[in-house]
Write a protein that binds this ligand. Structure first.
Ligand SMILES: O=C(O)CCC(=O)C(=O)O
Length: 284
């Protein structure tokens, strides 16, 4: 008996490679997440950037809570079973009137994970729609094997290497994933997806949480993950503790070490070594 999705939704995920929209919290709760983010940014003097955009659930208690949100986990359990790790999280923030975009890509390309049993819960803190650069997907493209990509390191590309798919994408088949604050989409790690810039007068903020069942391993180096539900009987990843407080100094140090190690996996073969390298991420 599924916990949150219907059997028809589960079948559709396996057929199309995505599901949306799924409400996981109220619009007011999503606004509260945005408020937390923007309170930090106001104090820091600018938008969250560099390595702070990645694995931010190790730095902020409110994001540690979000990656363990029961409704998100129920949906993910319906797809991948009861033993779940949060492998990573990434903020995808497009500032108002900004040229930032995401090229067509498959998430699996540089992640080094042993099997394509990986799902992203993309949680909307603001609306995402035609007016502000919502994500678009090519239904069924997750059934392709890994497709070749080329790195562009494009200045406005929000992906780590600005990677883009090196084969023709039939954009006429694309489906836009419109979301209201507090809704999420789910997408498979091999699904071809991307998103255009945000010409609107407000930010578009999404928090992408990458979940794997505990039997998936990292093949490209040492790695860590957060056990968010069930039991880890495999031990493929060093398990990460939750933060006791926002920006707890011990967690800041651990996060830095983990970010450096992750960057070595994600940028392998490029000469870029850190999320903060100007050739790499900039505002990503
Ligand atoms: O936020 C976007 O527009 C793209 C997100 C994305 O590529 C992802 O979550 O894998």
């Amino acid at each position: 008996m599924p916990k949150l999705l219907t059997q028809a939704q589960i079948d559709r995920f396996h057929e199309d490679g995505f599901l949306a929209p799924i409400r996981v919290m109220s619009a007011a709760d999503a606004a509260e997440y945005r408020r937390h983010l923007e309170a930090f940014e106001a104090q820091a003097g600018g938008p969250l950037k560099g390595e702070l955009r990645h694995k931010s659930h190790l730095l902020f208690t409110w994001l540690a809570e979000l990656v363990r949100h029961p409704r998100i986990l129920d949906a993910v359990e319906d797809l991948y079973g009861p033993d779940l790790l949060c492998w990573t999280t990434n903020f995808f923030i497009k500032e108002k009137e900004s040229p930032a975009f995401v090229s067509w890509h498959q998430d699996s390309t540089y992640w080094g994970l042993s099997r394509p049993d990986v799902v992203t819960a993309w949680v909307a803190f603001t609306p995402a729609n035609a007016g502000n650069g919502a994500m678009e997907v090519i239904p069924g493209s997750h059934k392709l094997d890994q497709v070749p990509h080329r790195d562009t390191f494009g200045k406005h590309n929000l992906l780590t290497r600005g990677q883009e798919i090196a084969v023709e994408v039939d954009a006429a088949k694309a489906v836009r994933l419109d979301l209201e604050p507090g809704e999420m989409s789910l997408h498979h790690v091999r699904l071809v997806h991307g998103s255009p810039p945000n010409p609107s007068n407000d930010r578009r903020i999404g928090f992408a949480v990458r979940y794997i069942p505990t039997n998936v391993a990292q093949t490209a180096g040492e790695d860590s993950a957060t056990l968010v539900r069930g039991t880890d009987r495999y031990g493929h990843f060093e398990l990460e503790p939750p933060p006791a407080a926002d920006l707890d100094p011990a967690m800041l140090a651990l996060h830095k070490k983990i970010a450096e190690r992750n960057a070595r996996i994600l940028y392998r073969g490029t000469g870029v070594e850190s999320y903060n390298d100007p050739r790499g991420v900039g505002l990503r």
